[in-house]
Design a protein around this ligand. Sequence first.
Ligand code: MG
Length: 385
Amino acid sequence: MSRRLLILGSTGSIGTQALDIVQRSDELELVGLSAERSWEQLIGQAREFGVDRIALADADAGARAAEAWTDGEVLVGAEGLVRLVLESGADLVLNGLVGSAGLGPTVAALGEGIDLALANKESLVVGGELVTQLAEATGAQLIPVDSEHSALHQLISGERPGAVDKLVLTASGGPFRGRTRAELEGVTVDEALKHPTWAMGGKITIDSATLMNKGLEIIEAHHLFGTPYDQIDVVVHPQSIVHSLVLLCDGAALAHLGYPDMRVPISYALHHPERVDVPLRPLDLAELGSLTFEPPDRDAFPCLRLAYEAGRAGGTAPCILNAANEVAVHAFLQGRLSFLGIPAVVEDTLARLDTQPVRAFESLYDADREARAVAAELISDGVTA
Ligand code: MG
């Protein structure tokens, strides 16, 4: 059975690895591609895979693409992404966008009953209940691409809900594992971008260094699996071989193992419930020798606590957390904010804004906008730098 696949964010880390999976597959037919602004690369991909509909989030890049490529349709802007989802006739959308910009296309796909392979964790962090309710209402499947959640999805599928006592997310600990808070003062962008085990885009690599990535993943797991926060734990595992585990009521613990390679969870999400070959060497535990585990340092990496707090507060709090973090990480990458300024900006933004209940997606877009403005102001005032 062939599946019509649309990839959002096809020039990014998830997108290019997904294209590698598509290239090896007889079952996946690409019907659309999108990028933020890398229009030349996007056109190259469209030509290579015979796609006749693309979208660019950036208007200027979209205009250039429309001029250079006349073999198909170029859609532009946030609305263009949504139109691409609605008009491409896809059975499955892979959302590999970065940040809360991924929420609109997630809502569009699930609202149409289109299955979603979700690499954009922010869709669930920000949209939470509304996104999962939408999937339930239309019957669309929501398959996580995040490696930890893909592992949990596979581990949980055979268990009745009451049998799972705890979800344990593993974290690599990032490049600064073992450092004290004082030792994190003055770390550079280059140091923060050196992830020890996973090759990923810039935003998520910084999030891994602050442990905000794990914080966002806790909220993501809460919504994906309907698990209360006190039943979700984090353990640091520097080798990134165990991708997560579940603790069951009878004392059994199930873990998912493999070399850190995103093509595994991508392939799982694109072929679910089937499995297909991915060309990886088999896991060799004897060669690895030892796997180590340690508790996260919550003092040096306050983003973990902030995410738990925002998740438990619910309403717009996770949306505010995420928006402030996006602005802070962007400022850090540009050299306008220190590394320790990232959690400080997030905490101060959450303190300045009241958490509101969420009844419609509009209230999320408003909270996102407001939190970005507050975070930007905090950074430009140098309050938390
Ligand atoms: Mg992950």
